[in-house]
Design a protein. Structure first.
Length: 153
């Protein structure tokens, strides 16, 4: 099983391999392993770094900034990524990806978009990077997250 992390401090450089025009079939393998390894339901954005390790971010905030800037929540140190490239925005009807005035654009499932609602399995291309949106529902044996009930002393 490949290593994966939800560490937001992980930074990924430019992959040395040429960019693939379409989704690599092997992406399905590591995505399936990632889903099997997640034990907390939620919404995640994941990609495989140049070192082969899978990086997954939990999308639990109102918005998540993607870009080259040091202020980005998901940061790519890559000239094909704008400083402020895209935002993942939580809305009452679900998550959307929004192009934040990037130079190279944002692509969802191969189509350039200004904004797009996200569905489980969608591929988002930011510069040279292929990210995958995963929505993991609550299933038997999972922890639902932090308890909202206060602890008794």
């Amino acid at each position: 099983m490949e290593a994966w992390t939800t560490d937001p401090t992980v930074k990924v450089g430019v992959a040395s391999q040429e960019v693939r025009a379409q989704t690599d079939p092997s992406d399905q393998d590591w995505l399936a392993e990632l889903r099997d390894g997640i034990d907390v339901p939620g919404q995640y954005l994941a990609y495989r770094g140049p070192d082969g390790n899978v990086v997954a971010y939990t999308l639990d905030r109102e918005w998540t900034r993607i870009g080259r800037s040091l202020a980005a929540d998901i940061r790519f140190d890559d000239p094909t990524v704008s400083r402020r490239h895209a935002l993942i925005v939580r809305q009452p009807d679900g998550l959307r990806v929004v192009d934040d005035r990037s130079l190279n654009g944002v692509f969802v499932n191969g189509e350039r978009v200004e904004w797009s609602a996200l569905a489980d399995g969608d591929e988002i291309v930011i510069g040279r990077h292929h990210l995958h949106f995963c929505s993991v529902p609550l299933t038997a044996g999972m922890v639902a997250g932090p308890s909202a009930e206060p602890e008794l002393a």
